[in-house]
Write a protein that binds this ligand. Structure first.
Ligand code: SF4
Ligand code: SF4
Length: 292
């Protein structure tokens, strides 16, 4: 695809990234076949190809409106479209840039701002989320049936192996999943113990940053990513083999930490090394000698 981004934008890292990604897209539309929002809404602008075109127009300086914002908001950032793109278009990175850009240009209604702020201030913080869900659980009988179904019950905490092993792997367990489905990480720890691998939790780490990033709060996202890098770095120096994520969205985000520090010489190299150490649980399981 031909692009004509303004020189001022092309002088920035995000402008160069966006330009490179846009130019890889040949507009074939294969990606629409795997896009859930396109399947559901049937509107070209609610599919990846349409969104790519909207982002291109916006970055080239055309007027944008709340409609453009709505089409970008509706994207789930599931990145299923990347799996069917023959040109390797990094749609996830492009939509991140597009969202940051539109957030600077278009204001939102106050109710939207409050909803987004609450999501950012609660979902990535396990303590706050747990308190909120406990309170919601107490008030559940008073709520309409439809709302009641949406409030998950909090499972009891699960046993975590304590035996020391020479092989160690870190886990990102400090996100919403650790509150709603703590059994997943505990089960992972018990499975890995069978292979003499100790799964360890870094107490200083937190949310991977994806929630803030996808809600266009990139400064807050970078703060969380820096905190994680600082928390994990000493473990990597001590020989931890990998960092595993059992929530695939978090793993995908952590694999791309380096993209977010291209302008930050202090963290770029560490971010690259950390990204290279991240494994989705499915990738880790593939590496285990399962014939045992
Ligand atoms: S499949 Fe890839 S190249 Fe084709 S329109 Fe979608 S993003 Fe562009
Ligand atoms: S990330 Fe998911 S929702 Fe967004 S355009 Fe791609 S397939 Fe569609």
């Amino acid at each position: 695809m031909q692009t004509e981004l303004p020189a001022a934008l092309l002088a920035t890292k995000r402008g160069q990234q966006a330009n490179r990604i846009l130019r890889n897209c040949v507009h074939c539309g294969f990606c629409t076949a795997t896009c859930p929002t396109y399947q559901l809404l049937g509107d070209e602008l609610d599919g990846p190809r349409g969104r790519i075109y909207l982002i291109k127009q916006m970055l080239e300086g055309e007027t944008v409106s709340q409609r453009t914002q709505l089409h970008l908001d509706r994207c789930l950032t599931c990145r299923a479209c990347e799996s069917t793109c023959p040109s390797g278009v990094e749609y996830g990175r492009l939509v991140d840039i597009g969202r940051e850009f539109i957030e600077e240009k278009i204001d939102r209604p106050l109710t939207d701002k409050i909803k987004r702020l609450l999501l950012r201030k609660i979902i990535p913080h396990p303590f706050r989320l747990r308190v909120l869900l406990r309170l919601a659980g107490l008030g559940k009988p008073l709520l309409p049936a439809k709302l009641q179904q949406k409030i998950p019950s909090l499972p009891a905490s699960q046993p975590w192996p304590t035996q020391q092993q020479s092989r160690k792997i870190l886990i990102l367990d400090t996100c919403a999943q650790s509150v709603i489905h703590p059994q997943i990480d505990a089960a992972t720890a018990r499975v890995l113990e069978r292979f003499q691998i100790q799964l360890i939790r870094a107490s200083q780490s937190g949310c991977c940053g994806a929630v803030n990033q996808h809600l266009a709060a990139s400064d807050d996202a970078r703060l969380q990513m820096r905190a994680n890098i600082d928390a994990w770095w000493p473990y990597l120096n001590e020989g931890v083999e990998a960092i595993v994520a059992t929530a695939s969205g978090c793993g995908v985000h952590m694999k791309e930490y380096h993209h977010y520090f291209e302008d930050d010489p202090e963290y770029l190299e560490k971010a690259r090394l950390i990204s290279a150490k991240v494994l989705d649980i499915s990738e880790l399981i593939e590496q285990l000698p399962l014939q045992r």
